[in-house]
Design a protein around this ligand. Sequence first.
Ligand code: ADP
Ligand code: ASP
Ligand code: MG
Length: 869
Amino acid sequence: MATNPSWVVLKFGGTSVSSRGRWETIAEVISERLTEEATGRVMVVCSALSGVTNQLEEIIAQAPRGAHHEVLAAIVQKHLRLGDDLGVDAELLLHEEFSALERLALGASLVGEVSPRVQAQILSCGELMSTRLGAAFVGGLLKEVRWMDARTLLRTVAEPHASLRRRYLSAACEASIDRELQARLAGASERVVMTQGFIASNDAGESVLLGRGGSDTSAAYLAAALQAERLEIWTDVPGMFSANPRQVATARLLKRLDYAEAQELATMGARVLHPRCLGPVREHNIALHIRCTPEPRQEGTVIAAQAVGQGPQVKAVSAKHGVTVISMETLGMWQQVGFLADTFAVFKEHGLSIDMVATSESEVSVTLDPMANALDPAALARLQRDLGRTCKARIVEGCAVVSLVGRQVRSILSQLAPALNVFEEQQIYLVSQSASDLNLSFVVDEAQADRLVSRLHQLLFGEQGPDALFGPSWEELSGRVLPQAPFADAWWRGRRDELLKLAEQGATYAYSPETLRTQAARLTSMASIDRVFFAIKANPNPEILRLLEARGLGFECVSPGEVAHIRELFPQLETGRLLFTPNFAPRREYEQGFEAGAMVTLDNLYPLEAWPEVFEGREVLVRVDPGQGAGHHRYVRTAGPKSKFGVSVEELPRLAELAEQINLKVVGLHAHVGSGVRRAGTWSSTAVFLAQCRAHFPDVRWLNLGGGLGVPERPGQEALDLGAVDASLAEFKKAHPTLELWLEPGRFLVSEAGVLLARVTQLKTKGAYHYVGLETGMNSLIRPALYGAYHAIVNLTRQGEAPEVEAEIVGPICESGDVLGHARWLPRCAEGDVLLLANAGSYGRAMSSRYNLREPAAEVMLPALELGE
Ligand code: ADP
Ligand code: ASP
Ligand code: MG
């Protein structure tokens, strides 16, 4: 029973409190709630500004070395700037926190460490600062806002035996009704209370935290304490989706979930809700709504006791990263009594909470969740040592749990069979299915997780249309509702008329010289990189090659045909700009490479053993397999034992020996981890790895770090931070000033510069499916069929018109796989409309064919734009 007047609790996350626009929305939402009769009072719980808790953690990391000043200044600046935008005096309002941070960081630098107690004090400043600014701003508009310190509202449960980290950084409160608090607040004249998420106090009145992402949990405890009508969690996406929408654009909004399902989703990695926030609302039967601050009119997800539908159903696919797997083999004592009890006791001694368990007769595997455990290498080594008393323990770090979440997942196992094919090529460390039958989880290498989620989602929900449970897809929402149209800044939006004219000639690849130049300049201006080679397999179009040659780039070729192509175009090209990297090529090709004056890369011992005379007295690079693959699909992951590329590290000593025998100098080392990588640290890890391999090869002066630089392909995907790549490589270079660093990108240079234009030929509707036929298909662009690659598709003729139908975009080829885009939201198309497929400059025309004896699209380099136009 709700008391009178009843409360509604609103929680706003980091991105929801970081700008004036968002605070205006917050003020509007609060005033709307105040006017709703049932909810006379509003408790507003806020996170720190986006990124601030991470910056405070950075202070904790840097302060012991006295190196915190820069990040502290950045935090202060961020708040002063927001204060300015909000028209409130941040200097005055935040004086206390600014000086507390100075003092705490200085203390840490003097003693050289930061205890969990002090960490909690430092981290609590983030929420204190955001709410002080917010309360001043909203208070100015609504006049009845009271700022309260959450440490006077939430008291944590004492856990005297828990670790200090747990007690200060990841504490819990009791989810009980707090009549004393209700009475205290009933007396206040203001109807709105604004307080901090994430922070609470312990029995001693000290600041303690509820774990990273814990503001959701604060709000849930307060909703329980106040017997709120409703808890609303306001974030940056309009609800819980069938997968992380920022990763899977076709993920659909889940309109309604019950508590158990939402709990399962949150636990299995759907970050939008903190796993601990569901307990309190469930216990007190308080409905939880997820809403979107950038799109306050969207209805979002409602989580309550009753979900939609009763039958078995998979509702979402999620992934949890940074998981550690521990496999424990018994010491040969089958049917031994107490093995599990003894083994698990060791985890308890170490204060580690186990997440998933799978057992067989001789082996037990468990996972440790990084959210719940402090897993530094020393802690893991101690655990392994103590587990040695009862078993042989193997620790695998860097895993991810990929889960299918829903109801009665077990009963639909047979339907999952096709979906499980995606695991064929993956090593699965552990499979587990919850007793509640709400999830089925697979533990795999972290590098595989995102791709697996996309594949599983496609297989399980590819056919899913909107219904009572599933709402619109993220793609649809971002295309239709969210303010930014996908690829709003793309060059082709500004050249629409020219492109429409070009398309009158038939299907065409069009290339933008400006984009090619920009991408080339971005790479050649990286201070840490000495040479850039264009991997011409991505696009050997002569005009593109000429443009890149003129900008000083070299070329990486993988066949004698490519080498000859370059030599024909640039007969005078210096040797240092031509790289030949064959793989499983016949003897003759190596000879041709040397004859053509290319630098040759060797990626096997076989050529040296079988044809030593070809290599005698020469210089080569050696391609090394770094062991772990990364990339967007298994065919483009080019490292690890399952990949055919590179020499394994174990074979390097033998290679060095063979080289010495024939006076062959290894002057460069090369590694390439995969394609479409957007993690900035990838290339510096490769550099570090190659530098270690140098021990076998004293003549090495070049490190070729490969390519694989990804570009954003789906709406909302973040671009690779090239500045961060450069900075991390600059660090490496400081330590190895004599080594030259090379990159050999393909996609990064040409992908965004190219678009494929094709006209609509026919339309068809079958049941709920709309098909839009194009004049060309997989004969021009095979990537969607081959890799499941995603290309944004826009109806150029109707640019600016609102999307109305969800369509399959298909070509004329006699293959059911001839689908260029699946479930795309477009304006209604008509025969003759020109559709544009974005990011088609790499591996588009280069991989095209005359399959079905249909000519693939032609190619056109657009004229350079006049400056000043
Ligand atoms: P806040 O700062 O508002 O607490 P979070 O970053 O903690 O926001 O959570 C929101 C993010 O959760 C979204 O931006 C989205 O990327 C991520 N997310 C992961 N899985 C899901 C899912 N299944 N549905 C919705 N969002 C998800
Ligand atoms: N600011 C805290 C964090 O980033 C808590 C939260 O936002 O939920 O972890
Ligand atoms: Mg959050």
